[in-house]
Design a protein around this ligand. Structure first.
Ligand SMILES: Nc1ncnc2c1ncn2[C@@H]1O[C@H](COP(=O)(O)OP(=O)(O)OP(=O)(O)O)[C@@H](O)[C@H]1O
Length: 511
């Protein structure tokens, strides 16, 4: 664990040192859990957006895009249930004055029990070596069984207090488990209270005339209120989808883990409008599709898993997360939710406008059901960055830090490097950039030794370094150095556009 925490710290400082992510307003000591994407970060982020947009919109005839406003009519949030139900249970420690999410305290406690189980399993592995049968060990070892039963009991009680909104029961659970504040070490807790996560602000400049509006806590509602506009103007037939990328805001009680949990973040959401009764088919379909999208990046299949929700959100009849193995463990990266007619039904009721679909096959009109896929762009960014970060020992005894970012997502696709700063090599390198820059983000670098320049490009994940040397002037060839293998090949300048284009193409990920 200490090791992984270490890796996480390194990823965060690497992100800052190499221009991916900066703390926001850093000259004023920053603003907690708010970050800015820097020169390389914004490129990576845009490429992730493009990969998602291509997979969802461009590759599906029946999915179209939208860019709705962040501010929406306040009744939207009444209809969606956010005014009444978008709460987290919070609890304060009276000694440290620190605030926690009550459910997170319990989950962290369970994670500790799980770590103990893992320790037992590791001991077994060590003792029995190749003969070790983990499944059998877990099914028979008394220590493991006792701890699993303990976890089941806690999980059941957590589910109950959440479902019944039993706030005194929630506090009792925390006390019964003997959970202490990680800062003060005390069990001196306040009552558990519900805290609404929406940021409110005021519309209009005249005091008294102002109406409270909210910064949207999800992009989805902008899609729902536009369902009929898009369906009619796009002459869309069910099933069809609307996709959107945009900012969302949540006043998270405890924002932490770098860009994993922020108060201002970006979502990539797609709402798929379907015939009622077909939701389970589409739920399975989109779970699989989305998992395929993730795995195509090659960050390691073992880094992903599904997690089915025990506690369903107020709008869902089935829900699963795609979890990613971050340096701090498996955590939610994307949600796939069967939202039934909850949202369109709610908007019909509040607005008094019909949000129906006339089905030409059955001659019936109904409120469509919705299947949602919702992924946090910042969490996806962190997944790519943390899985790509490698510290390598090289054969010559030196070390390098490299980001093995999938080439299609890399911020800079090719760096063009004149071997020396003279003899016409810089001019030749610029000529090459001038042909590649229309299709790719390229970088020109002439300072320092070629080895140092390779290392700098490795550290920002540039997949290809093109080196211009004296031979280039004779035969119009250059070397291409590949980031991961560090192997070099000599190719004709005339072939560069095609070679780089093929290798960094998103097409390979999408077919
Ligand atoms: N505070 C946040 N910071 C960054 N990304 C977020 C945040 N909250 C949600 N997301 C992203 O938006 C996606 C969809 O939002 P959803 O409402 O399903 O999240 P959630 O279940 O509330 O997340 P969590 O349980 O981690 O709070 C999540 O899968 C996640 O990737």
């Amino acid at each position: 664990m200490a090791n992984n925490e270490d890796v996480f710290k390194k990823v965060i400082s690497h992100a800052k040192e190499f221009g991916f992510v900066f703390p926001s307003s850093e000259i004023y000591d920053g603003l907690s859990a708010t970050y800015d994407y820097a020169q390389n970060g914004v490129e990576l982020k845009n490429n992730i957006k493009q990969y998602w947009w291509m997979a969802m919109v461009q590759m599906h005839e029946n999915i179209v895009g939208l860019d709705a406003a962040i501010f929406m009519h306040p009744t939207t949030w009444k209809a969606s249930g956010h005014v009444d139900a978008f709460n987290d249970p919070l609890i304060d420690n009276k000694d440290s004055k620190k605030r926690y999410r009550a459910d997170v305290l319990v989950e962290d406690h369970m994670a500790k029990i799980e770590a103990k189980i893992q320790k037992d399993v590791d001991k077994g592995k060590k003792r029995f070596g190749d003969d070790f049968d983990e499944e059998q060990f877990r099914a028979t070892n008394p220590n493991v069984l006792r701890r699993v039963a303990e976890m089941d009991k806690i999980r059941e009680e957590l589910k109950r207090v959440q479902e019944e909104e039993d706030l005194p029961g929630f506090k009792a659970l925390i006390e019964d488990l003997g959970i202490v504040c990680p800062v003060s070490g005390s069990k001196n807790w306040t009552e558990v209270r519900q805290f609404n996560l929406m940021f409110g602000t005021e519309l209009g400049s005249v005091a008294g005339d102002a109406a409270t509006i909210y910064l949207r806590p999800e992009t989805a509602q902008g899609i729902f209120v536009n369902y009929l506009n898009v369906q009619k103007t796009g002459r869309m037939k069910l099933p069809f989808g609307i996709a959107q990328i945009g900012k969302a805001f949540r006043n998270e009680i405890v924002a932490r883990q770098f860009i994993f949990r922020m108060r201002e973040f970006e979502q990539m959401e797609m709402q798929y409008f379907i015939k009622p009764g077909t939701q389970m088919k589409w739920y399975e379909y989109w779970k699989e599709e989305r998992m395929k999208w993730h795995k195509a990046l090659g960050l390691g299949d073992d880094n992903y898993r599904f997690h089915d929700h025990i506690k369903l959100a107020h709008y869902a009849d089935a829900a699963a997360d795609i979890e990613f193995k971050y340096p701090f463990g498996f955590k939610e990266l994307e949600g796939i939710h069967s939202r039934t007619d909850f949202d369109l039904g709610g908007h019909e009721k509040e607005s008094g406008k019909k949000l129906r679909y006339f089905d030409p096959e059955t001659n019936a009109s109904y409120v469509p059901y919705v299947l949602e896929t919702s992924i946090g762009l910042d969490r996806m960014f962190l997944a790519v960055l943390s899985a790509s970060f490698k510290e390598e020992q090289l054969e010559d005894g030196s070390e390098r830090v490299v980001l093995n970012i999938p080439p299609a997502l890399a911020p800079v696709k090719a760096a063009v490097l004149p071997l020396v700063k003279k003899d016409g090599l810089p001019e030749k390198a610029r000529e090459i950039i001038d042909t590649l820059k229309f299709d790719h983000n390229c970088q020109y670098e002439e300072k320092d030794s070629i080895g140092k320049r390779y290392r700098r490009q490795d550290a920002i994940g540039t997949p290809y370094c093109i080196t211009v040397d004296h031979q280039t002037l004779e035969d119009n060839t250059v070397t291409i150095r590949e980031r991961d293998s560090m192997e070099q090949e000599r190719v004709a300048i005339a072939d560069l556009e095609r070679i780089i284009g093929d290798r960094v193409s998103m097409k390979k990920l999408l077919v």
